[in-house]
Design a protein around this ligand. Structure first.
Ligand code: CA
Length: 229
């Protein structure tokens, strides 16, 4: 996927122009929609590869747009919103968004997020593989173990589960609720506290050489596996 087609959903013409100008000058083909209904129509009729979605739309709430697209498609959705509250980001991510950018955003940041989404799509096409690799990290789903620099990691069952969840969705921000639901089937405050503890011990084992960061913390929101260079 060298030139993904991008659907830009934004009712504010100034912001929309900033995004489309950036995409044009970087040779990304795009289509635009100025409201939620038009976005849903364009998403199904034109099958874009990636969506940039504003949350504050005149007709539908952006979170509703995410939910409806997720009924039938896994296309990456990057939320671009003026809402800076963690709760809004979490609602968008839990509805199925991949990532978020808060307005005002930089054009460089926009392009960086776009590349992350592109890599995710590329990785997804290989998701049937039973071995995941990222830098020095290898997860062998078949054997149920993980290696760092060829050496087997001594992980607890919870740490291993967490690692698999992050690896399967590398590049995507996974919320506390999503992770605790997957691991314990609940998301009480105490689960989120336990999650923090397990994540800290996992990170210690993964990032012991302190040279590579594999897991990024989004305070108040969740975690994301980064692509190691
Ligand atoms: Ca708006």
């Amino acid at each position: 996927m060298n030139d993904p087609k991008i659907l830009v959903v934004e009712d504010d013409a100034t912001v929309r122009n900033l995004i489309t100008t950036t995409l044009r000058s970087n040779h990304y083909p795009y289509i635009t929609a100025g409201n939620g209904e038009a976005a849903l129509a364009a998403a199904s009729a034109q099958q874009p590869d990636i969506v940039f979605l504003d949350l504050g739309l005149p007709d539908l709430d952006g979170v509703e747009v995410i939910k409806r697209i997720r009924c039938w498609s896994k296309m990456p959705i990057i939320v671009i919103s003026a809402r800076s509250e963690d709760a809004d980001k979490v609602a968008a991510l839990d509805a199925g968004a991949d990532d978020y950018l808060t307005k005002p955003f930089s054009v460089t940041e926009l392009l960086a997020r776009l590349r992350v989404a592109q890599r995710r799509v590329a990785a997804e096409s290989k998701a049937g593989d039973c071995v995941f690799t990222n830098g020095k990290l290898t997860v062998d789903y078949g054997a149920g173990c993980a290696f760092l620099d060829g050496e087997q990691l001594k992980l607890t069952p919870t740490e291993y589960k967490l690692l698999c969840l992050l690896a399967r969705d590398a590049g995507k921000v996974l919320t506390h609720t999503y992770l605790t639901q997957k691991i314990w089937g609940s998301s009480w405050e105490s689960d989120t506290a336990s999650l923090r503890v397990h994540m800290a011990t996992l990170r210690k084992k993964l990032e012991k050489d302190r040279q590579t960061q594999y897991i990024q913390t989004h305070i108040g929101i969740g975690y994301r596996m980064l692509k190691a260079e």
